[in-house]
Design a protein around this ligand. Structure first.
Ligand code: DWN
Ligand code: SAH
Length: 406
């Protein structure tokens, strides 16, 4: 049985998705025969409540100089991170000459706002290509995986930080105890860690199982996060739900007793208990919902194929790798996947090897149906795809339920 990465309790995985490739491992035909696979299994620790992957590939297989995800591909996310930066500045940066550190700073989508304002900052980003994109925007960045040792090295060179930030990164790091120890070393006495990640409550509510893939080692709730940080005399002092990436939670963490704990923390804690997020039955129900979603999606795609309809995928997201491989969506069911990221175009999707084509192809010849893999960006995408709809095109969505949008 796997051991919990947080409290070391043994637990039985509640769900298996079978053999999975690297979610962002877009590849060329000469790489097909050497493609790497692992067993994607997820489980719930009965002691600390952490939902986690039973097995995660080596980090260098996922984060490297050809990392395929560039944060700045979504305009909605660009404005979200501008607001995130503004809120952090207004609430936490009242010291003279403050210092801000961001983990997983990617192409500088957030830190660029601190750089432009002349605020001392540092990004910690292990994927060299996206780190380079940030450096070119004037964002100071080091190419490292954050852990306790890296925290110590930063303090020696730059001193402690007023604020440590992270978006969609803490849940990627399996050695979280080292991260929490690093947070304590790096933060000033009254410093704050502000981070956000997809929220487990939303995954349960929407059956958004495509959040489960290699990079996401953890699926956080307030209670599992509180357990982790309390092991290091740190505590969650505030929480703010976010409507990005299909439902996220922003957590603010500080040294125990230094900041007031907000009423929002107490009410979210009570809500999680009322929803039974500490009970294994909830994860059994999730498994049943996921299995139903798979049957419905595959039945719909097979039906459309029989009718001779053209169906393409929209946005080659990391999440799509789970859906495609778990539902066994083959290239005969999906003609290609349209994507705006140059590094993905001309390659093939991980596992199923569906072609990834430039967005211009979608625009040049609309299919009859588009399967929305970027459902978390639905507002942004629907707003710019009015002419697809006017041409008679229809969207297929699978979160929260499989359906063709009218
Ligand atoms: O946690 C993570 C989140 C923050 O980003 C990472 N592990 C990896 C990544 O996940 P994702 O790939 O599921 O992210 P997105 O933002 O849902 O999808 C990005 C992809 O969608 C890019 O390849 C670009 C594409 N896209 C598109 O083709 N047209 C996106 C938009 C908004 C569009 O209009
Ligand atoms: N913050 C960005 C990027 C999220 S993708 C956003 O929200 O859009 C996850 C990022 O975390 C990747 O750029 C990846 O290279 C980085 N990452 C993975 N492990 C890390 C670690 N141990 N320390 C810092 N960053 C890490």
């Amino acid at each position: 049985m796997p051991q919990c990465l947080i409290c070391e309790t043994e637990y039985a995985p509640s769900m298996s998705f079978g053999r999975m490739p690297i979610a962002n491992g877009f590849l060329t035909p000469d790489e097909f025969s050497d493609e790497y696979f692992f067993e994607l299994r997820v489980g719930f620790c009965p002691k600390c409540g952490m939902v986690q992957l039973a097995e995660q590939p080596d980090r260098k297989k996922m984060f490297h100089e050809n990392y395929a995800f560039f944060s700045s591909t979504s305009t909605r996310m660009a404005s979200h991170f501008k607001e995130f930066a503004d809120q952090v500045r207004a609430r936490f940066l009242d010291a003279r000459d403050p210092f801000v550190v961001e983990l997983g700073s990617n192409d500088g989508i957030m830190l660029q706002h601190f750089a432009k304002a002349g605020i001392r900052h540092l990004g910690i980003e292990p994927s060299a290509n996206v780190a380079q994109a940030a450096i070119e925007k004037g964002v100071r960045t080091i190419c490292e995986f954050f852990d306790e040792q890296v925290a110590q090295a930063i303090v020696s060179e730059h001193g402690q930080a007023d604020v440590l930030m992270g978006a969609n990164v803490i849940c990627h790091i399996p050695y979280l105890r080292s991260v929490a120890a690093g947070v304590k070393i790096l933060l000033k006495h009254d410093g704050v860690l502000v981070f956000e990640d997809p929220y487990l409550g939303d995954i349960l509510e929407k059956t958004s199982y495509d959040q489960i893939y290699d990079e996401h080692a953890f699926y956080f709730s307030l209670s599992s996060i509180s357990y982790l940080f309390s092991m290091f005399d740190l505590e969650v002092v505030d929480v703010i739900p976010q409507d990005v990436h299909g439902g996220s939670m922003r957590y603010m963490v500080a040294r125990k007793g230094v900041h007031n704990v907000s009423a929002a923390v107490r009410s979210l804690c009570a809500r999680e208990r009322a929803l039974g997020m500490h009970k294994p039955e909830v994860y059994d129900q999730l498994r049943r919902n996921i299995e139903r979603s798979r049957s419905n999606l595959i039945a719909l795609l097979k039906d459309l194929k029989q009718q001779g309809k053209r169906v393409v995928g929209y946005a080659a997201t990391s999440k799509s790798t789970t859906v495609i491989n778990y539902c066994d969506i083959t290239p005969d069911l999906l003609e290609y996947i349209s994507d705006t990221t140059p590094i993905k175009q001309g390659k093939y999707s991980p596992g199923a090897h569906i072609p990834i084509r430039p967005y211009q192809e979608f625009n040049a010849s609309y299919p009859e149906f588009a399967l929305l893999f970027g459902w978390n960006h639905a507002d942004e995408i629907m707003a710019k795809e009015q002419s697809f709809k006017r041409a008679g095109g229809k969207w297929i969505v699978y979160v929260p339920e499989v359906k063709v949008l009218a």
